[in-house]
Design a protein around this ligand. Structure first.
Ligand code: NDP
Length: 399
């Protein structure tokens, strides 16, 4: 019997839990714990015949986590709360002998900056304890990293150029909304851009580099260079990469709203005093924006996320594009959530499955590209995220 504790009850967790229940031969003993227990009860209650347990937990509180985990004794903890909780959950895993999986790297609350160093520091402790930590197992990071590992294993002897392209061509029919936690999303997008070239990181002004790219089944979309966390581990694990970049599409309407939000100070993470109470403007903004979990119903269109690569095989240069397209309405019909929660929650469930089956069980702290991509890739096709590949097509990027 494999016992799994899922932490968080947002859009991503909802999808992961529903997909776990669809694979109940593997996920037969699951507890869902989050800050608001009613949300856990609501998810479990919406799954017919589901016997998953629920609990209240503040995952910022390491002692409370340790107590809950000592009682429930999970073999694996799937962290689908927010990046702020990564380290307290990893600490509690070490204290209680549980393995760990997440979809986003640690971020300190008071500094909008993400890097893996905080979590890579746990490598020795997890290894000594005989526990596995799987980092970044959503879509990006996650599937994009696994696509890269698949290309390195089957397509290239040497990957030299990597462009990760993330397009959301969906329409939720709201004036402004984010597709996952607004606070985390806006912190990410308003950061400076960063890409890897010839052995060093190059910083750019936020959203200053952009280019029109054509996406399969969608067409041309303006795509903006961003810093994205998987680049950090990919250029380390594939040192032949000469240039690694990440691109995401945004519509003009979204960018105009974002600029206004920043100009009026609502994207700030510096606490202010309002009528005797300390508030963080961005957290207040999150409270008034649409909840990403409620966007699914009227969301049409689709996402297209993939990797465009150039490299060498047997001394000859090739290009390779591997991607998944996901329709928001298909995601909603299956799980009640929109495509961005779906494309993150499904890989989190598959990563947990890989661990429980023993395929991805290896003491230490690992980014997903460090495991065998093949069994994960075959599950993507079975679990609702089929992928497609184009060899030697036009990847729209020069060397
Ligand atoms: P949501 O905001 O919808 O959900 C977050 C959940 O975590 C909520 O249920 C929230 O509780 C709970 N939570 C927050 N703080 C705590 C705490 N201290 N203790 C216990 N529970 C807590 O976010 P999403 O579902 O959209 O995103 C979840 C994660 O997935 C995020 O880390 C995000 O960065 C990541 N992500 C990764 C992607 C990828 O491709 N790799 C893409 C998209 C998201 P409450 O309901 O009470 O607020």
């Amino acid at each position: 019997m494999s016992r799994v504790l899922v932490i968080g009850a947002g859009g991503v967790a909802t999808v992961a839990i529903k997909k776990m229940a669809m694979n109940s031969d593997i996920f037969n003993d699951v507890m869902v714990a989050s800050r608001t227990k009613e949300k856990c009860d609501k998810i479990v209650g919406s799954i017919k015949g589901c016997n998953y347990k629920t609990a209240q937990i503040d995952a910022d509180d390491e002692e409370a986590l340790t107590k809950l985990m000592s009682e429930y004794k999970p073999e694996l903890v799937v962290n689908l709360a927010l990046p702020y909780q990564d380290l307290t959950i990893m600490n509690a895993c070490l204290r209680t002998g549980a393995s760990y999986l997440d979809t986003a790297n640690y971020e300190p609350r008071d500094r909008a900056h993400f890097e893996y160093s905080y979590q890579w520091k746990y490598k020795d402790s997890f290894e000594k304890a005989g526990l596995t930590a799987i980092l970044g197992c959503g879509f990006d990071p996650g599937v994009t990293s696994i696509f890269t590992a698949y290309a390195a294993k089957h397509v290239f002897d040497e990957i030299q150029y990597l462009d990760i392209v993330d397009c959301n061509a969906g329409n939720h029919h709201k004036a402004f909304a984010t597709n996952f936690n607004p606070e985390i999303n806006i912190r990410e997008i308003t950061q400076k851009g960063l890409y890897w070239e010839n052995g060093k990181w190059i910083e750019t002004e936020p959203l200053s580099i952009h280019k029109t790219l054509n996406y399969p089944n969608i067409g041309p979309k303006e795509s903006y260079l961003l810093h994205h966390e998987e680049l950090e581990s990919l250029v380390k694990n594939y040192p032949t990469i000469k240039r690694g970049r990440f691109w995401m599409t945004f519509g003009q309407e979204y960018l105009t709203h974002l600029r206004v939000i920043q100009d009026i100070g609502m994207a700030s993470i510096v606490p202010i005093n309002y009528n005797g109470q300390e508030i963080v403007p961005l957290q207040f903004l999150k409270a008034v924006l649409p909840n990403p979990q409620d966007l699914g119903k009227n969301y049409d269109g689709e996402t297209s996320i993939g990797c465009r690569m150039r490299g060498l095989k047997d001394g000859k240069e090739h290009t390779y594009y591997i991607y998944n397209n996901c329709k928001h309405q298909d995601a909603y019909n299956e799980t009640g959530m929109q495509g961005v929660s779906y494309t993150t929650g499904v890989p989190a469930m598959i990563g947990a499955m890989m661990y429980l089956l023993g395929t991805w069980k290896r003491p230490g702290v690992w980014n997903v590209e460090e495991f065998d991509p093949d069994p994960f890739m075959s599950q993507l096709n079975k679990q609702g995220l089929p992928w497609h590949e184009i060899l030697d097509g036009d990847i729209e990027f020069e060397k």
